[in-house]
Design a protein around this ligand. Structure first.
Ligand code: HEM
Length: 482
């Protein structure tokens, strides 16, 4: 029956090409530590779409940017998410909670609610900009104190600073940049994700390995970090429940609790214990998705600006022109800063920190471009390949912000093939915040300092590393501009 069923399904559709794997492991052993590099090699061999097996999990990888847009925008069947329970705060619930991992009506309702509340609380408005600028100022003061001495771990300086504006809106609290407990929490999270890549990401693709070899596979360490995070966030929700006043809704948590209190329909996504667990998971998503990504992008930004000749001086010239070197740069200046806009696009392209995107799940059998994509298949957009495709960019290996400018260099030109935040129904909810944060941090830091590599420190190795592609540590010296 299975043979007949499969044959009848494949007969009328084009066959999806792809590399041959081995039983149980599929193509995992071919992936190596830099999965995105192998994804690019396969796309050269197999074209716009190919199929791989990650353990026993079937996945298709799409490398044509127009197809990526189409598949994630048009059909809800391609907007699902696969459960990877080892990452979940509540792995025993019947379906995944939070925003990143949930799907269907539950996800849609909560994503809409989150976006509306964030907007109402000031997302993308001048209040938010003010909050970001306060963080920028604190980071600048911290750099000032180094007085021309070497600074070696930029990312750790940025990691809590970039989330604080959002955290204020969500919880009415901000973190001290050097809060030891929080920094340990974040470091552990990053370390555990890094170690996962070292073991080929096995527990994501072959869940039973985590149960059989919990130590070797990194499962135990991962669970410890996830549970520490959960306790920290549950505490924040508990404090809000204890202090809750219906007439004084201070932040996102309060508004969410209010919605829960009003809900009597037991089938509503806002009802009962599940809804409260969702709130904790959603806060975890914001924290997880917002800290590492933005701080890594900023760190890459500084590395590229000082590494590639001429970039820092052009950038500073534009900053000085706009501010007359007498005030902070604000997001309103962006429209008069074409070089800066182009520079940030090039940083996003060149770093491509989420190289294989975040995979979606096909929630039913569906035909796409004549190929049958079967239910439960994972769909990866091959973002790194798209961002480094010579047919699109000409000279992708060159760091050249000018590719996003008109010929006379005066007008910023968007390129729709750049999609670091992915695209379509699940497109990153933090895109505008991340863009504003990167813009305000970089412009105001380079308004204040000229930065170069510390000539006494070893040259930084160039290969990016980790699940979120991060630069290897490098040391810089910051000199205050006159
Ligand atoms: C440079 C910074 C960032 C990059 C490159 C980035 C990239 C991405 C990507 C590629 C996705 C997957 C979208 C999809 O599945 O179609 C995503 C989803 C998401 N991002 Fe970001 N992100 C960044 C910053 C942020 C920030 C600051 C937040 C905090 C609000 C955030 C929150 C989320 C959430 C909640 C999702 C899940 C959306 C959903 O599944 O509906 N991200 N991001």
């Amino acid at each position: 029956f299975w043979v007949l069923n499969t044959a009848s399904k494949t007969q009328t559709y084009k066959r999806i090409p792809g590399p041959t794997g081995v039983p149980f492991l599929g193509n995992i052993l071919q992936l190596g530590k830099q999965m995105h590099i192998q994804f690019c090699k396969w796309s050269k061999q197999y074209g716009d779409i190919y199929e791989v097996k990650l353990g026993t999990q079937r996945a298709v990888v799409i490398s044509n940017p127009k197809w990526v847009k189409e598949i994630f925008s048009t059909d809800t069947a391609f907007s699902g998410r696969s459960r990877i329970q080892c990452f979940e705060m509540y792995p025993d619930t019947p379906f995944a909670l939070g925003i990143v991992s949930s799907e269907g009506e539950f996800w849609e309702t909560h994503r809409r609610f989150l976006l509306r509340q964030l907007r109402d609380f000031g997302f993308g408005k001048s209040y938010m900009e003010q909050l970001v600028l306060e963080e920028v100022q604190e980071v600048i003061e911290r750099f000032r104190k180094t007085k021309g001495k070497s600074v070696s771990d930029l990312k750790s300086v940025f990691v809590l600073a970039v989330i604080n504006s959002l955290w204020t809106i969500l919880t009415s609290k901000r973190f001290q940049h050097d809060d030891p407990k929080l920094n340990t929490l974040v470091e552990n999270l990053h370390k555990v994700l890094f170690d996962l890549v070292e073991t080929g990401g096995m527990i994501m693709f072959i869940p039973w390995i985590g149960r059989i070899l919990p130590e070797w596979s990194g499962y135990n360490k991962l669970r410890k970090v996830v549970e520490d995070n959960r306790s920290f966030l549950e505490e924040a929700v508990k404090e809000h429940k204890d202090a809750f006043q219906e007439h004084n809704l201070r932040d996102f948590i309060d508004v969410y609790l209010n919605e829960m209190n009003k809900t009597v329909d037991t089938t509503s996504p806002f009802y009962g214990e599940t809804a409260e667990q969702h709130l904790v998971a959603a806060l975890g998503d914001m924290f997880g998705a917002g800290t590492d990504t933005t701080s890594t992008t900023l760190t890459w930004g500084i590395l590229y600006i000082i590494k590639f000749p001429g970039v820092q001086s052009k950038f500073q010239q534009e900053i000085d022109l706009v501010t007359a070197n007498s005030r902070n740069v604000s997001v309103n200046d962006r429209s008069s800063m074409p070089y800066t806009s182009a520079l940030i696009e090039e940083i996003l392209r060149y770093s491509s920190i989420v190289p294989g995107g975040v995979q979606h799940r096909a929630t039913e059998d569906k035909v796409f471009k004549g190929y049958l994509i079967q239910k439960d298949t994972w769909i990866f957009p091959n973002l790194y390949h798209i961002h480094y495709n010579p047919e699109i960019w000409g000279d992708p290996e060159a760091f050249r912000p000018e590719r996003f400018l008109s010929e006379d260099g005066k007008v910023f030109k968007k390129n729709e093939n750049l999609m670091p935040f992915q695209t379509g129904r699940r497109q990153c909810v933090g895109e505008s915040l991340a863009r504003d944060t990167v813009f305000l941090f970089l412009t105001n830091i380079f308004r204040t300092f000229t930065i170069h590599f510390d000539s006494n420190a070893p040259k930084p190795p160039v290969d990016p590393m980790g699940l979120i592609l991060s630069p290897q540590p490098f040391s810089v010296v910051m000199n205050e501009r006159s």
